[in-house]
Design a protein around this ligand. Structure first.
Ligand code: SF4
Length: 332
């Protein structure tokens, strides 16, 4: 993997849902860097903290979600700005759309059926103080770039198929050419054909420089394999492993990553030859997660230390980080 400039970083972030009676530790002491010109895939089971992490990256933090600890930085004009010291409204006004854009889960279903697509562009033009007609003609071009006839701008969302709607959403979301694009489960509601088209569109956008880096959040490892440069595996609010994609598929290090890769039906020969297995047990409740390594109740390699201490995320091979005592001196 090439040495790349860091575009975004978060340090020791704890983001919890503070509810009346309980606190859900959805992202717990997570540090992460995103490089310029990369696609980073974030995978994990439901409830592993992926979506919360995406909200932290874009500082889309609304109660009951609270940034308890840690810092978040975004590189703006070559300098890191600490966006975690700003309010959500400030980050939204200054950076959303232009520097960072998040397309949340099921975004296409959030389009109002009675509002024409072009109205969304007009609204964006108004909120960013841009000439309406200028942005509309840019939208026509962007629609073409994602394989949609610009005439669809004059139509209502209910007239578009699911695949077309998802492409329309990505065209609108990237209209101001954001540097960092975050997409949360963008393909899960699409059929296989439309999934392929959407991934192609996404990669084309990166190639054309419409977006610089992409954070792709999914539970679908096969999709990440197709488009990502690196994979981040989350388990119970923490990062279990970060690695370049080829290396993690060929040799997953963390026992959870091994289980995750071995439990998917995939045409990948590296994964298939290891056979299909399942991970015993279920992900923990994040109100009261297990002590030490959160994976220890499900891990067949668990040692005494795993129940007592939290394994730090450490670089144990070039560009490969893992949070597991199997690879650390402390276990001896
Ligand atoms: Fe398993 Fe221990 Fe590694 Fe956790 S730290 S994954 S329990 S071996």
């Amino acid at each position: 993997m090439k040495n790349r400039e860091i575009l975004f970083k978060m340090e020791n972030v704890k983001a919890y849902y503070k509810l009346e009676e309980v606190t859900v530790k959805a992202v717990d002491d997570v540090s992460l860097e995103i490089f310029e010109d990369e696609v980073i895939g974030i995978v994990g089971e439901s409830g592993s903290g992926k979506t919360t992490l995406s909200n932290v990256i874009s500082m889309n933090i609304m109660k009951p979600l609270t940034l308890v600890e840690g810092k978040v930085f975004l590189k703006i004009n070559g300098e890191f700005e600490e966006i975690s010291s700003m309010s959500r409204e400030e980050v939204k006004k200054k950076f959303w759309g232009k520097e960072i854009t998040i397309v949340p889960q099921a975004a296409m279903n959030a389009l109002m059926p009675t509002i024409k697509m072009s109205k969304y562009i007009e609204h964006l033009a108004q909120s960013h103080g841009i000439d309406k007609n200028e942005l509309l003609s840019k939208a026509e071009k962007r629609f073409e770039e994602v394989g949609l006839d610009p005439l669809w701008l004059k139509r209502y969302p209910f007239e578009l198929s699911g695949g077309m709607k998802q492409r329309a959403v990505i065209a609108i979301a990237t209209i101001l050419n954001p540097v960092l694009l975050i997409v949360d489960e963008p393909t899960s509601a699409l059929d296989v054909v439309n999934q392929k088209i959407f991934l192609k569109v996404l990669m084309q956008m990166k190639k054309m420089g419409i977006v610089k880096s992409i954070v792709f959040i999914t539970h679908d490892i096969a999709t990440v394999r197709q488009i990502a440069d690196r994979m981040v595996v989350m388990y119970a609010g923490k990062i279990a492993e970060i690695s370049p994609i080829e290396e993690i598929v060929q040799k997953p290090l963390h026992p959870y990553t091994q289980g995750l890769l071995n439990s998917v039906l995939t045409p990948e020969p590296e994964i298939r030859k290891r056979g299909i297995t399942t991970i015993p047990g279920a992900p923990p409740n994040l109100v009261n997660p297990p002590s030490g390594c959160r994976f220890h109740p499900r891990c067949s390699y668990a040692m005494d230390i795993c129940k007592e201490k939290v394994p730090p995320l450490k670089e144990i091979e070039k560009n490969r980080k893992v949070a597991c005592f199997l690879y650390m001196e402390e276990r001896k």
